[in-house]
Design a protein around this ligand. Sequence first.
Ligand code: AR6
Length: 181
Amino acid sequence: MVELKIGDCVIQVVQGDITKETTDAIVNAANRTLLGGGGVDGAIHRAGGPEILEQCKKLGGCETGDAKITTGGRLPAKYVIHTVGPIYRDGKHGEPELLRNCYIRSLEVAVEHGIKTVAFPAISCGVYGYPIPEAAKIAITTVKEFVEKNPHFKLVRFVMFGSDTYGPYCEVLKSLGGVEI
Ligand code: AR6
């Protein structure tokens, strides 16, 4: 894993299954309906059980780049923060800004709920087709800037499912001073 300390906060990149995370909240890479899907979204709903979907149904969907919170149901995490990443077309349709907003809005929602430890998947890097090195740069620089400005978090962990994302996310964190441990 790779780790970078920013004041009292640690930013980590690890490989694993986000549904097993014991952080206060995990972030879901959802779609605008918030009514479930495949990938990490499907895995979270399967592991967390029906209570998550019941709460999602009351949220009225979610715009791309925004984030909304529910219970974690049966997950180890107390909360799920659902965010909707951009579908990648060519990078000229606002995709970078929308992806950046996913991380900012998710962390803002976490602050509002007193959540101090949070785990992110590689938003938009699966079905939504974002080029992984570019997504990694946006994800990590956005989180780093946010925790520098908001001395609230203890841990922000990027939980990468496969080596396709793990490698590039590690590289970006190392380029910003992160160390392998
Ligand atoms: N833990 C961590 N990461 C995971 C897990 C897991 N258990 N399972 C998959 N990933 P994707 P997107 C990784 O497609 O691109 C859904 O259907 C996966 O390897 O889940 O934002 C939604 O409903 C990839 O690196 O999300 C939307 O319709 C990353 O999670 C759409 O997919 C994101 O892949 C969202 O697409």
